[in-house]
Design a protein around this ligand. Structure first.
Ligand code: ASP
Length: 437
């Protein structure tokens, strides 16, 4: 068996946390490839090393004296090295990084050093080989990630290594070797890339929660966690704001059908959540998760006999496309169609879009509803059960929530409900209580 293990920043914030990680890795010989993040927060108002690096580079770029900021970063690493009693000095690396910052090597370069240095410590601590992602994770000239090229290089590099540490979050441009990072939280993607390259049996993603929660703990107190969830369900929920993994982390492992296990470094015996391609296991509560986002706008277009007018929808949608506004949902009736878009994307282009619709389809009326929240109720088991919608609507009616919009995908994997922003929390609570025991 081969496992790839990625540890998030809070799992590596201090030498105490490093020791927990070391124990986890040593407890299972299959945990052969390790992807560390940069040290995260040690306590709630602490600063992540990545943020310290961005701030430090900002000062360097402005030509300000950044020595105190740089010292504070060195201290974070030196504390870890000391706490682990390692015979390791990063002084040479620090000197190179400081010099490169002075020479304006770029914010991506600066931020990436958080993972780079932590990787060096991890490799020394475990006695594993260190692999520099700049040699194996590639981006094209436009900054787009190159999955195939990367997979080849990574697979080749790791083929002869029994164990290795591959720092998360960054790679390099293929043309000039300059460092480029993924977006924030991108070490999750690196873990997934490594898992695909070594054809791992499992990608363990270690963090500080015991898995994916049915809904947002800021809305529902102590929500249950999910044992097993499919990639598709997770995509639907992540798109709607649920976060446990970087949104793009699913793609590399999905291609290879490798399951991801979300685990808690502070409670390693908890099962966590397993993310899989497909499963015969039904969701315990019929629904798998509930997530939502506020601040959408519904543009309601009405015209008699719209359904028989060829090209009507296309013309309406072109008005949005021509103004670069992407469409989220499009529930429709016989003489009405509704286009749902993000409020902040729509508002600056509002008049251009409305006049384009006016010109191209001459509607009877256009109405705009603002401050709409969308809630996705997602579950692979919903398809097989009758009365799901009835249960959702009854729970919302009992909570006095007015449903403004409903959209059910034909896959029956999800139901999207539009409510007023002010009813968002009440709606999620009502649905959660109706389904989750
Ligand atoms: N250290 C980076 C961040 O804070 C990447 C990561 O932790 O995944 O975003």
């Amino acid at each position: 068996m081969k496992k790839v293990v990625k540890f998030g920043g809070s799992s590596l914030a201090s030498s105490e946390q490093f020791k927990k990680v070391g124990a986890i890795i040593r407890a299972d010989h299959d945990r052969r490839y390790v992807v560390p993040s940069a040290p995260g927060k040690r306590f709630s108002d602490d600063t992540k090393v990545t943020d310290m690096l961005y701030a430090c580079y900002d000062a360097a770029e402005k030509g300000e004296d950044f020595s105190a900021q740089f010292e504070a970063i060195k201290e974070r690493y030196n504390d870890i090295i000391k706490g682990l009693k390692l015979d390791l000095s990063l002084e040479e690396d620090y000197a190179v990084i400081e010099k490169n910052m002075k020479e304006h090597a770029g914010a991506d370069y600066a931020a990436s050093r958080g993972e780079y240095l932590n990787g060096k410590i991890m490799a020394a601590y475990l006695g594993y080989e260190f692999v520099d992602p700049a040699e194996v994770i590639m981006f094209d000239e436009d900054g787009d990630f190159m999955p195939l090229r990367t997979n080849k290089l990574m697979a080749k590099k790791l083929a002869n290594l029994e164990n290795a540490v591959i720092p998360g979050f960054f790679g390099a441009y293929i043309n000039d070797g300059k460092i480029k990072t993924f977006s924030r939280g991108g070490s999750d993607i690196t873990g997934s890339i490594v898992a695909r390259a070594v054809e791992a049996d499992l990608y363990e993603n270690w963090t500080d929660v015991s898995g994916f929660l049915v809904t947002d703990p800021r809305v529902v107190e102590n929500p249950k966690s999910v044992d097993i969830i499919t990639y598709r369900e997770l995509r639907e929920l992540s798109y709607m704001g649920a976060s446990v993994l970087h949104e793009d982390a699913i793609f590399p492992v999905r291609v290879a059908g490798i399951p991801i296990n979300i685990k808690n470094t502070n409670r390693p015996s908890d099962k966590g959540t397993l993310i899989v391609a497909a499963t015969s296991q039904k969701s315990e509560n019929i629904i798998t998760g509930i997530a939502g986002v506020k601040n959408f706008i519904a543009v309601d277009i009405t015209k008699d006999m719209m359904n028989s007018e060829v090209g009507f929808c296309r013309k309406v949608l072109s008005a949005f496309e021509d103004n670069g506004v992407s469409i989220e949902h499009m529930p429709s009736g016989i003489d009405t169609m509704t286009v749902i878009v993000k409020q902040d994307a729509f508002q600056p282009k509002e008049q251009m879009i409305l006049s384009a619709i006016q010109r191209s389809v001459k509607p009877d009326s256009i109405e705009i509803e603002t401050d709409l929240a969308l809630i996705a109720v997602v579950g692979r088991s919903m398809r097989a059960v009758a009365g799901i919608s009835a249960k959702i609507f009854t729970s919302l009616a009992n909570a006095n929530v007015n449903v403004k919009m409903l959209d059910q995908g034909s896959s029956e994997l999800n139901v999207i409900i539009g409510v007023n922003n002010k009813d968002f929390e009440a709606a999620i609570k009502a649905i959660y209580n109706a389904f989750v025991k």
